[in-house]
Design a protein around this ligand. Structure first.
Ligand code: KG4
Ligand code: ZN
Length: 368
């Protein structure tokens, strides 16, 4: 087939992104304008703030993507954008930009499913001799998603488990802030991981209680953080940080270093423990249905957590001792929201001539 060059834009949540990618897996540019600092005060994405920031930043992001690729818009073969799911007003900024460019330049247009794009990223980033083979599982763990997906073909995906309330990334952020952990350039979640690594490897409260003989949980100066919804294919993360919040509140927010450390390690253990449990459950469900899984792709901001990486490796070895399951982590810059994955996910459709009308609507809610 001929080599295609696609310009894509992404604006489904709080990052304004534009990128240029070729069908030969070359990333010619990747522009991501983050908005985190605007939303921090709201404890989540504020839709109006996000929409306004996308409106301010999208034209400049497209301009920069072309400049970084040293290209003129006329050299682009197609325009791709995120059709959904996401915040309607945010999606419309990228969608209008893409459609107007496509119509004005008379180029083909493809609207992409954001989650499918995340799931297809390893086909762009993994060396060609170790690409995942269908069917495979994808675990998407970030500030926006906590999702276990089954990918059966490039266009057939099923959600095995999603979060019923909050994402794992937001829970990490909240607990990290509650414990007033030192700042990390990779965000509060990474700060919590670093804090856990800075102390002894075992749970300090339990180690101490063993020394002093058995004590009841109520006497231990750290909360027990339970795993919610055992045995169900669904995630829940609000219970984890509200347990920590109640514990802190009862002490007027004053805790010693020892307790802070115990809370951080127990939270991380419970947050990752929940992923392990659902992954093992998902693998059992697949096996029961005769679906042979050989690859797990883990992406999203939380995937850079080393404790998570070790535990998932051990979990796969335990769940499938006979047939090895490979673990694939795309590079962090392409695990978080970006337009490279949108361009890449559109590629097969451009190559097949399967493009969209300029009149297609957004799908802010869109099952995978
Ligand atoms: O994918 P991402 O960069 O963007 C959004 O989804 O917005 O994910 C960001 C999330 C944040 O919640 C951040 O605290 C978390 O990923 N995160 C981590 C680590 N690095 C980033 N959580 C735990 N451990 C880490 N090392
Ligand atoms: Zn995303």
């Amino acid at each position: 087939h001929r080599n295609l060059t696609v310009l894509a834009v992404e604006s489904s949540a709080d990052d304004t992104c534009a990128a240029i990618v070729t069908s030969e897996r070359q990333i010619l540019s990747n522009v991501v304008l983050r908005q985190d600092s605007y939303h921090e005060a709201y404890g989540g994405i504020h839709p109006y703030v996000a929409i306004e920031a996308h409106q301010r930043n999208m034209p400049g992001a497209v301009r920069r993507a072309l400049e970084e690729a040293s290209m003129s818009i006329n050299d682009v073969d197609g325009i791709a954008y995120t059709r959904g799911p996401g915040i309607g007003g945010c999606l419309s900024v990228g969608s209008n930009a893409a459609k107007t460019l496509a119509a004005a330049l008379n180029k083909p247009l493809v609207g992409v499913h954001h989650m499918q794009a995340h799931a297809l990223t390893p086909f762009l980033t993994t060396p060609v001799d170790s690409l995942p083979t269908y069917p495979f599982l994808t675990l998407l763990v970030s500030g926006g998603h906590t999702l276990l997906l089954l990918a059966s073909s490039p266009r057939t995906f099923r959600t095995l488990a999603t979060t019923l309330d909050e994402s794992i990334g937001r829970a990490f952020d909240k607990v990290s802030r509650m414990l007033s952990l030192p700042w990390s350039q990779h965000g509060p979640g990474a700060a919590l991981e670093q804090f856990c690594m800075s102390g002894p490897t075992s749970d300090p409260v339990e180690a101490e209680s063993e020394e002093r003989g058995a004590r009841s949980q109520a006497e231990l100066e750290a909360p027990h953080i339970p795993l919610p919804m055992r045995g169900r294919l669904a995630f829940s993360y609000t219970g984890l940080h509200s347990t920590v919040e109640r514990f802190m509140h009862a002490r007027g927010g004053i805790i010693d270093e020892h307790t802070r450390y115990a809370i951080a390690t127990r939270f991380q253990m419970a947050a990752v423990g929940q992923l392990e449990e659902k992954l093992a459950l998902g693998l059992r469900v697949c096996r029961r249905k005769g679906i042979d899984i050989r690859h797990l792709v883990v992406s999203g901001g939380v995937a850079s957590n080393m404790f998570l990486r070790q535990r998932l490796r051990a979990c796969l070895d335990g769940a499938s001792p006979d047939v090895p399951i490979s673990l694939i982590f795309p590079p962090p810059s392409l695990c978080t929201d970006n337009a490279v994955m949108i361009a890449w996910a559109s590629m097969q459709r451009f190559l097949a001539g399967d493009t969209d009308d300029y009149t297609i609507e957004l799908r802010s809610k869109w099952s995978v």
